[in-house]
Design a protein around this ligand. Structure first.
Ligand code: NAD
Length: 491
């Protein structure tokens, strides 16, 4: 695979084992946010394109569901190997269409590959349990059955990893799967599907359908689709959850976030400051696990603010493919404008601007860059402390004690992640049980669960019950049948 695309390249759907140009007259350009260069054109899919994919998925399902599980995982072993072999070129392409740094892109793809590895263990994970003598002369067991064609609709910020949260588990359990990636950076998924094509899945089992909101709404109303996984912003997640459920589908919808770090007076201040910067600013803050509201016990507030400001100023902003860059480009001009608006709101609402990322410029690149930004004296009611801005903007909140810190965190309408820096086992224990968020970290900045643990938030960060990754995926993609046997002696 070449690691560059020409301007004339057009993104294609992968349906029934072949490449097709989507039919809608709507579409959009895919650009490199670090340079403004147009990389490709993405035509959207219309109802006929989706119908064709669903028909192929449901036709393939009839044989695939009955294919021996050990045989179903063989294409996943090949896909893992192909992804490993092509990780560098996939990462370079991801940098170009997204803006993150090369190391971040490699890390993202590695996290995706781990999900393929976990799904290769489906012969064990799919077992559902047996009990002898469940009742007099009766043995009882449960079997998991796949259900049909599932779709995943994914966001721009981790286009490779989030696609792979779903694809391997859906097909290993015996379902057919369609991916609808973000229209903002669809190229890395297109390349991953070139590898899917080589991995040897039967036609129709794994498919790619590009598009925007209209394509999504067609998915939600399509009778032939059994279930929908969604990852994206909260308003769209709520819409997906309500509409897919109203149309009789299984649905899991991960939404937006606003995450917190608590720093107690016993924390290692230098270490906590270093991890806070990387939590809030990695991937230019475009992460659902970014902890950007930093709640600090007042006894160490000044010391921590100084350490954090120093480490914030050390961050290098630049083009993601260049060496030594910590923070790459923001996904689009529109999103950059949104981030400038949030910085202005912080100033207008009275926070103290300690480091102003708007002053950062990147020589030689005409891209969408903003430097890391740090506010002090933030109150939990301010816009920058309440709303997800999805950029490298941090706010420091001073609290009297740990009780107040937990209150600040739990006031949020979101509940995706939180981290705690402390030397107190008792506070760590209280944090674990009292903080209302789905992914918690102690003495680490970003609580990103490994592929064999489930990943999901609470409150307005998640709609549904079964999360992404791990055993929840198996439960989402299968139904359990109970099988009850009695064999009286008739001899
Ligand atoms: P987004 O909601 O704009 O888009 C996500 C998907 O929804 C895309 O595929 C897009 O085509 C589709 N979509 C967009 N608008 C739509 C509409 N009006 N109707 C129907 N479909 C629509 O999200 P994004 O900007 O791509 O991604 C960033 C968001 O995703 C952030 O809020 C972030 O927190 C969230 N996110 C959450 C998690 C998590 O695990 N909770 C993980 C990653 C990202």
């Amino acid at each position: 695979m070449p690691d560059t695309l020409s301007e004339n390249d057009e993104v294609q759907n992968y349906v029934d084992g072949a490449w097709h140009t989507p039919s809608s007259t709507d579409g959009q350009a895919v650009t490199d946010p670090g340079t403004g260069e147009e990389l490709a054109y993405l035509p959207f899919s219309d109802e006929d394109d989706l119908d064709a994919a669903v028909a192929a998925g449901n036709a393939a399902f009839e044989d695939w569901r009955q294919t021996a599980v050990e045989k179903r995982i063989q294409p996943l072993f090949r896909l893992k190997q192909l992804l490993d072999e092509h990780i560098d070129e996939l990462a370079a392409l991801l940098v170009r269409e997204h803006g993150k740094t090369r190391d971040e892109a490699r890390g993202e793809i590695r996290r995706g590959i781990q999900n393929v590895e976990v799904a290769c263990g489906i012969p064990k994970m799919m077992q559902a349990g047996t009990l002898s003598h469940a009742a007099p002369d009766i043995d009882e067991s449960a079997v998991r059955e796949p259900l049909g064609t599932f779709v995943a609709i994914t966001p721009f910020n981790f286009p490779a990893m989030i696609s792979l949260w779903f694809l391997p588990h859906a097909v290993a359990t015996g379902n057919s799967f369609i991916l609808k990636p973000s229209e903002q950076d669809p190229l890395v998924t297109q390349r991953i599907f070139e590898l899917v094509d080589r991995a040897g899945f039967p036609d129709g089992v794994v498919q790619l359908v590009h598009g925007g909101p209209d394509t999504v709404n067609n998915i939600l109303e399509h009778d032939g689709i059994e279930g929908v996984s969604f990852v994206g912003s909260t308003p769209i997640a709520r819409h997906i959850y309500e509409t897919a459920a109203a149309n009789g589908k299984r649905v899991q919808a991960q939404g937006g976030a606003k995450n917190h770090i608590i720093v107690t007076e016993s924390a290692d201040i230098e270490y906590a400051a270093e991890k806070t910067v990387s939590s809030a600013c990695a991937c230019a803050g475009e992460r659902c696990l970014s902890n950007d509201v930093v709640v600090v016990e007042e006894a160490v507030y000044d010391e921590f603010a100084d350490a954090l400001a120093e480490k914030t100023r050390e961050q290098v902003v630049g083009y993601g493919l260049d060496d030594g860059v910590d923070i790459g480009a923001i996904i689009s001009e529109d999103h950059l404008d949104t981030l400038h608006g949030y910085v202005e709101s912080g100033v207008e609402e009275g926070a103290e601007l300690l480091v102003d990322g708007r002053e950062v410029t990147v020589d030689d690149y005409d891209g969408t860059f903003i430097g890391p930004t740090l506010f002090g004296e933030v109150s939990p009611e301010m816009t920058i402390a309440r709303e997800e801005h999805f950029g490298p903007i941090m706010g420091l909140v001073s609290v009297a004690d740990f009780d107040e810190a937990v209150d600040v965190v739990n006031q949020s309408e979101f509940g995706n992640a939180a981290s705690l820096f402390t030397d107190s086992g008792h506070k760590a224990d209280r944090f674990k049980h009292e903080v209302e968020a789905g992914n918690l970290g102690v003495n680490l900045g970003t609580a990103a669960p490994m592929a064999f643990f489930s990943f999901g938030g609470r409150k307005d960060s998640f709609f549904g019950d079964l999360h992404a990754q791990g055993q929840d995926m198996i439960n989402f993609y299968t139904d359990k049948t109970s099988y009850i046997e009695r064999w009286p002696n008739q001899e």
